[in-house]
Design a protein around this ligand. Structure first.
Ligand code: HEC
Ligand code: HEC
Length: 224
């Protein structure tokens, strides 16, 4: 009896030590990533502290880059790590420009730095993104809202057959399923003010019912 109590304590201690060691390694990634983020002056362009500060269009236009204070709720980790090593344009145009094409000149990181910085960015969460169990779907319910009921592709690129169609004002939604957390897409469509207090994309909460918004989020989350 005694032996088994001891051995379960031993097993538990080894388990606990393992958990702690794992947490310590994950934390090292976060703190090293934060160090790299600061030393490369990524914060010179990106906000990492929420909530959103902008109140007017002027405030919005002084921003040099998309805010990252909820990056850990918005992105998929694998995407971040891959993108930081090899950034490809997400917005077809330069940030907030209507005329200049995205010059594809974003800072690049080596593999180790990309891993650490993505660990750090994944630690930046927003409590406004709740687990909503949004599952990627490519069925007709979301597609009808996206293509017919609301002209989402008036401002967003999507794949159509072998090509890409859609407007250039918003970020591309090609590959949105690999890039974005489905629960964030739903949070963004239902409560855009938290993330973008200054209206930039139309707000759909009045125009669409909650189940339509859910279908839409599932459709966007399924875009390849
Ligand atoms: C000179 C300003 C500038 C600096 C410095 C900068 N970025 Fe960016 N970053 C941008 C712009 C502009 C975009 C939008 C690019 C696009 O849409 O293709 C962007 C996009 C991103 C995105 C995707 C965000 C989104 O919402 O789509 C991430 C992640 C990111 N940057 C991380 C970093 C990291 C990490 C560093 C430091 C190594 C860094 N950036 C340095 C301007 C900057
Ligand atoms: C009038 C143009 C316009 C229309 C129409 C529009 N959007 Fe947007 N959308 C934008 C802009 C601009 C942004 C980027 C806001 C920013 O980052 O400041 C955006 C951002 C997004 C994002 C976040 C993408 C990212 O990587 O940050 C999603 C998802 C999205 N829109 C989905 C939709 C859906 C679904 C519809 C249709 C119901 C729609 N949009 C209609 C302009 C538009």
């Amino acid at each position: 009896m005694r032996v088994s109590v001891f051995s379960s304590i031993a097993v538990f201690s080894i388990f606990a030590a393992g958990v702690l060691a794992f947490a310590a390694i994950a934390f090292a990634g976060v703190s090293e990533g934060k160090g790299i983020f600061d030393s490369k002056n990524c914060g010179g362009c990106h906000q990492i502290q929420g909530p959103a500060k902008e109140k007017t269009i002027e405030d919005m236009l002084t921003k040099k880059a998309p805010e990252l204070w909820y990056a850990g709720s918005k992105f998929r980790k694998e995407f971040l790590e891959k993108w930081l090593k090899d950034p490809k344009p997400i917005r077809p145009m330069e940030f907030y420009s209507l005329t200049k094409k995205n010059g594809a000149n974003h800072a690049k990181l080596d593999a180790k730095a990309a891993k650490d910085v993505s660990d750090y960015l994944m630690s930046l969460k927003s409590s406004d993104v709740k687990a909503a169990n949004i599952q990627p779907k490519s069925g007709p319910q979301g597609r009808v809202v996206f293509e017919k009921k609301q002209g989402c592709y008036g401002c967003h690129e999507v794949k159509k057959g072998a090509g890409v169609v859609g407007g250039l004002t918003g970020p591309t939604l090609v590959g949105a399923g690999d890039r974005l957390n489905p629960d964030w897409i739903y949070a963004y469509l239902t409560n855009p003010k938290v993330f973008k207090p200054v209206k930039d994309m139309p707000v759909y909460t009045g125009a669409l019912s909650d189940s339509e918004l859910k279908n839409l989020a599932e459709f966007v989350a399924g875009l390849k």
